[in-house]
Design a protein around this ligand. Structure first.
Ligand code: AHR
Length: 523
């Protein structure tokens, strides 16, 4: 065909005239730029943005973290799986939220202390109606956090507990002197307090935590917070109010207006990337339309964070109160044949895209977002780890979070993205997401995601205010969006060195493959 056209100069010229603009257009839509202001960094990305969440739900605690002290088959330390501890330490897990979730507002902590054989059983009414024998309790969790090098974040029971119960829990975990609860702790084998800093005052108070109205919860919060103070040797505790669901801006408005800010250090926010609560779809067998909708939901996090922050700024311009996104992630139908109440789902490259775009949003708003918790760590929702008896695998979400952990406690470098589109039918989404930071050794990291399911994107990283001497990168990608790590093939998806980058002067050009994550290190 081409040779025929070439032999016919008129036709060849016409083809070039028509083809050129289309070619240029295609090129233009697949090109983007990220301008990194390397000399304008002032806010630190708290490592706590990279936090996790573990609820007594399905196989997160039991089978996931904890397999019992007498388990001879799975290597463990005081019942906690050694393989899980190693993987989470490598992830640099900064904090872990526990015991819920909805479960937290049914949990009475005194059921979970003392000799295990004497602990009472309860029914886990929220999650599968299973019997909870309380064999994993306060000591087990806080000792495990020490093993992980993670700070504990305890969710206190407001929905069905009492103020006294919460006050006692703080005294039990944090008081160093002589007191009834500190003495009980010592009797149960722990001399030194754990000094737990982070305390959630209930969970989803608008829903499973009591179906409260915001004004009512604000009053309840004030009552609880009054008795949730002191007892720590390391300064004040951090009290976090149960926050809004996604776009419930009135919830944040009322809390910020009605709760004195010296009683509240954080306001939470929960947002899940779900297609439709009545038809969530399979975690692994999904269409491009379903992927597109999931990403639309995930990218809403940017708008949600911006709008909740705008409300917070109105009442707290000095940004004393943090926004704590203590539940986020993708939510699909459970894997076929598993208990619907256990929320066990696989994890594909779609989840890597959710993680990368969400973490970039949190990084870019680190002056207000000081903490976040992915739901949930093991075997539940968008897990970083899946277990099957003595086997364990790391999901694409784990690898994304690990690539991103270079941002922990680094100085955020403000960046602007000249974006290009991910087009599906008549709809489009911004294809690129980015954030940048400088670590304590001076290295600059730029984390990028291209959510386009088909097109690679050529992105110019333009560094202002620094000389670029060297650039190298790592990538997380896979041939198919629906790919995942299975117990048969646990290393199918894992990060690899990335060569499609080119340095030129103070710029670096990166060709990001479709649905992939790239983290560039520049020195
Ligand atoms: O993460 C699962 C559940 O989702 C939590 O228990 C609850 O807080 C939320 O609705």
């Amino acid at each position: 065909m081409l040779s025929y056209m070439k032999s016919n100069p008129k036709l060849y010229f016409l083809a070039i005239l028509i083809g050129l603009p289309f070619g240029l257009l295609a090129q233009a839509t697949n090109r983007g730029k990220v301008i990194i202001n390397a000399d304008l960094g002032k806010d630190t990305i708290s490592r706590h943005i990279y936090g996790h969440f573990s609820e007594h739900l399905g196989r997160c605690i039991y089978d996931g973290f904890y397999v019992g002290e007498n388990n001879a088959k799975i290597p463990n330390t005081k019942g906690v799986r050694n393989d899980v501890v190693k993987a989470l330490k490598e992830l640099k897990i900064p904090n872990l939220r526990w015991p819920g979730g909805c479960f937290a507002d049914t949990y009475h902590w005194k059921d979970g202390i003392g000799p295990k054989s004497e602990r009472p059983s309860i029914v886990n009414t929220w999650w599968g109606g299973v019997t909870e024998d309380n064999s994993f309790g306060t000591h087990d969790f806080l000792d495990m956090c020490e093993l992980l090098g993670a700070e504990p974040y305890l969710s206190a029971n407001v929905g069905s507990g009492t103020v006294q119960e919460v006050a006692d829990w703080i005294q039990y975990t944090n008081h160093n002197g002589k007191s009834p609860m500190a003495d009980l702790r010592r009797k149960n084998g722990r001399q030194e307090p754990w000094n737990v800093r982070y305390w959630g005052v209930g969970n989803e108070a608008w829903g499973c935590g009591g179906h409260m109205k915001p004004e009512y919860y604000a009053n309840i919060y004030r009552q609880y917070a009054t008795f949730m103070s002191g007892w720590t040797n390391t300064g004040r505790i951090v009290r976090i109010a149960s926050g809004a669901s996604s776009g419930d801006y009135n919830w944040t408005e009322v809390l910020m207006r009605d709760i004195p800010h010296n009683m509240m250090d954080g306001v939470a926010l929960h947002h899940y990337s779900v297609i439709d609560w009545n038809a969530k779809g399979s975690a692994t067998q999904f269409s491009e339309e379903q992927y597109f909708t999931t990403m639309k939901r995930a990218l809403e996090m940017e708008t949600l964070v911006q709008r909740h922050i705008t409300i917070m700024d109105k009442y707290d311009p000095r940004k004393r109160v943090s926004l704590v996104v203590d539940e986020w992630g993708g939510w699909y139908d459970v894997e076929p044949g598993t208990n619907p109440g256990f929320l066990y789902q696989q994890n594909t490259m779609r989840d890597a895209m959710i993680a990368a775009t969400t973490l970039n949003t949190f990084n870019n708003h680190c002056d207000r977002v000081k903490m976040a918790n992915l739901a949930q760590t093991i075997n539940v929702l968008q897990a970083v780890i899946l277990t099957q008896e003595d086997k364990m695998l790391l999901t694409p979400t784990y690898h994304t979070m690990k690539l991103f952990n270079v941002h922990q406690d680094a100085v955020m470098l403000p960046s602007t993205v000249q974006n290009c589109d991910y087009v599906l039918g008549n709809e489009k989404l911004p294809a690129l997401s980015a954030s940048a930071s400088r670590d304590k050794n001076g290295a600059v990291h730029v984390s990028l995601a291209n959510i386009d399911s088909k097109e690679p994107k050529i992105v110019t990283l333009e560094f202002r205010g620094m000389a670029v001497v060297s650039a190298e990168a790592q990538v997380l990608r896979s041939p198919n969006l629906q790919d995942y790590n299975s117990f048969e093939s646990p290393n199918k998806i894992q990060p690899a060195p990335f060569r499609q980058i080119k340095k030129s002067g103070s710029s670096v050009e990166v060709e990001i493959p479709p649905f992939s994550v790239v983290v560039v290190e520049v020195k």
